[in-house]
Design a protein around this ligand. Structure first.
Ligand code: AMP
Length: 389
């Protein structure tokens, strides 16, 4: 089955066209600057060179038309479309076929993720209307966390506030964490009942997974919570918002921008949100970069222990996403701060670069540590195949 996976943002639209059975990626790309001057499509076919096609993309409808036009060059029919949805709210315990009802849900919960859900809902509607013969599936990033125990998702706020505004932990990166569990389980079977999946990219979250079920995760109502990220501050005292507003004179919108776009590794290092630049700075003695790394290791190890505690133990730790898959130094930094839990990496194995899932801990490590490249598009395509198959 051939599936087109779409990941729409407010001014961008990423796509990947792949075969679920062979995992072959026929083509992938992204439409950038939709609705803004200078829009273009970056497109790659069968691992070939990336082409930049400068086209006017006044809206998402035009972008989708372009994507379908470009994909005509691929000699394979589109059998289904999978839509990544950032926030499924209290509605989606799993992926679902697009209907008037499910599309309505995506819009209803959009105030929780306004930058993403509105655009995603529009794109889903456009695809459904333009290509009525192709099945469309909604794959919410929160669905995997839906069944977290109540003691993990409930916020200790007044019940009527929680109920009226649906303020609770929803988590994010669920599709990636689900893929990591699936892969680790395929490789390790019953040796892993309790996994902490560590998705460390420009956005970062940990997820405690026991026998395939999410027990807790570090992101909360929104993807701002938890770990220190590229430009996001992660968990801080919530009163900071009130204080900055009342005493600092910052508006709520300014604080929102500050905490999401101007904080995290970027703010602490004063150099970059990219871990490669920060590692480089730290190596040449930049103290701010050294502190950014130290804080990243400290918080990641601390929250790892929190995730382990939610399962009363942990068998396997899996690193994934941009930092988790590529930075041996960051993996080592986190693992060093977990030596008290019996985590020990094999330095040689940790240094290996590969696209394959692999073990990087020593045989006597109390927790098996792995690197597992994530593949959210494939996971989405699998859901499409299951629901349409
Ligand atoms: P992601 O959001 O998963 O695409 O991850 C993006 C982040 O991963 C970048 O901002 C970098 O900090 C980090 N990253 C990507 N590639 C590498 C690499 N080769 N070495 C170290 N860090 C990397």
């Amino acid at each position: 089955m051939n599936v087109l996976v779409i990941n729409a943002g407010s001014s961008s639209l990423k796509y990947q066209f792949l075969n679920v059975d062979t995992r072959e990626v026929y083509a992938k790309g992204n439409c950038e600057r939709i609705g803004i001057d200078g829009s273009f499509v970056g497109h790659e076919e069968n691992g070939g060179p990336k082409q930049k096609l400068e086209v006017a993309l006044p809206d998402h409808r035009t972008a989708i038309k372009h994507v379908f036009e470009i994909l005509k060059a691929v000699d394979a029919p589109i059998d289904g479309i999978g839509h990544r949805v950032v926030q499924g709210g209290w509605y989606f315990p799993e992926s679902a076929l697009v209907t008037d009802e499910t599309l309505g849900w995506v819009r209803e919960v959009a105030p929780l993720a306004p930058l993403h859900n509105y655009a995603e809902a529009d794109v889903i509607e456009i695809c459904r209307d333009m290509f009525a013969q192709i099945g469309n599936v909604i794959v919410p990033d929160t669905a995997f966390h839906y069944h977290m125990p109540e003691h993990a998702w409930r916020y200790a706020l007044p019940r009527d506030v929680v109920d009226t505004y649906h303020v609770r932990k929803y988590g994010a990166h669920g599709t990636s964490h689900r893929f990591i569990w699936r892969t680790v389980h395929e490789l390790r079977g019953d040796k892993t009942h309790r996994l902490v999946s560590c998705h460390l990219g420009s956005g970062a979250s940990l997820c405690a997974i026991e026998d395939g079920k999410c027990m807790d995760t570090t992101m909360g109502l929104t993807p701002l919570d938890g770990l220190i990220m590229g430009t996001r501050c992660g968990t801080i005292d919530p009163s900071t918002v009130v204080y900055l507003n009342r005493v600092g004179g910052y508006s709520i919108d300014q604080i929102d921008t500050m905490m999401n776009k101007e904080s995290g590794l970027l703010a602490v290092s004063g150099r970059s949100s990219d871990s490669r630049d920060i590692e480089e700075g730290a190596h040449v003695g930049d103290e701010h970069c050294q502190m950014a790394l130290e804080m990243f290791y400290y918080r990641t190890a601390q929250l790892f222990a929190e995730m382990a505690s939610s399962m009363q133990g942990v068998d396997t730790m899996a690193f994934t996403a941009g930092i988790g898959e590529n930075s041996a130094e960051m993996r080592q930094g986190v693992a060093d701060r977990l030596a008290w839990m019996g985590v020990h990496l094999d330095a040689q194995k940790n240094a290996v670069r590969s696209d394959e899932p692999r073990v990087i801990s020593t045989p006597d490590s109390a927790i098996t540590c792995m690197v597992v490249p994530t593949n959210e598009e494939y996971m989405i395509a699998l859901d499409v195949a299951e629901l349409l198959g």
